[in-house]
Design a protein around this ligand. Structure first.
Ligand code: FNR
Length: 197
């Protein structure tokens, strides 16, 4: 469930981690982001555990409750922040599945026009680069506005997290920069929309 905590004047960001495991580096990365937010931003985290496998037949009967909750949380957020692991050089099924639900119905998807930022951590040296590339393609389909830079590719995660906490100072700075850029990006897009309406 969502636990957004931003003030009404601030930017509400919904964090989504593509890993369900307790000791996940990517869940820890979202926790670090919660600590490193710029002023006026709050990050709530949505747990993907209850999301069922996407099934068109089930969807026709009406979205399952966890899917409704996910869509509502994305819809209510000013932006989303995705922390993705890399599985077999791609997006983990858990995350892709959730994004498949959220992408529907295509023209009215809550993902459409939503500002987003991506980051990811893995023990390997490529730091989820390939998963992030795939994720960008997925977001393109949804017309989700994913921030291009800075990239946060955290390789060698075993050395950068300790006891479930991101401790590497350089990486913490990088996350701070990403969040500051996401704040600017979100406000820019919101101003653009406001100017057109
Ligand atoms: C992995 N892992 C992995 N890492 C990587 O850098 N590139 C890859 O292609 C893969 N492939 C892969 C497949 C499968 C099925 C598993 C289970 C794992 C390792 C992965 O990065 C590592 O388990 C991370 O710790 C997963 O992220 P969380 O759970 O720590 O957030």
């Amino acid at each position: 469930m969502s636990s957004n905590s931003a003030t009404s004047q601030g930017l509400q960001v919904l964090g989504i981690a593509g890993s369900l495991r307790q000791g996940s580096y990517n869940r820890a990365l979202l926790q670090a982001a919660q600590e490193l937010v710029p002023e006026g931003m709050g990050i709530g985290v949505f747990d993907l555990s209850p999301i069922p496998f996407y099934n068109y037949d089930v969807e026709q009967e009406g979205d399952p409750e966890p899917v409704t909750a996910l869509k509502e949380a994305i819809g209510a957020a000013d932006a989303i922040l995705i922390a993705t692991p890399e599985y077999q050089r791609g997006i983990p099924g858990v995350l892709k599945n959730a994004l498949d639900w959220a992408a529907r119905p295509p023209r009215q998807s809550v993902m459409r026009g939503k500002p987003a930022a991506i980051m990811g951590a893995s023990p390997g040296f490529t730091g989820t680069a390939r998963a992030q590339t795939q994720l960008r393609q997925t977001l393109e389909y949804n017309r989700t506005y994913a921030l291009l830079q800075p990239e946060v590719l955290i390789g060698g995660a075993g050395d950068k997290f300790r006891d479930g906490r991101l401790v590497d100072e350089e990486t913490r700075t990088r996350v701070r920069e990403l969040l500051a850029a996401l704040a600017d990006w979100t406000r820019l897009l919101q101003q653009g929309v406001a100017a057109r309406t």
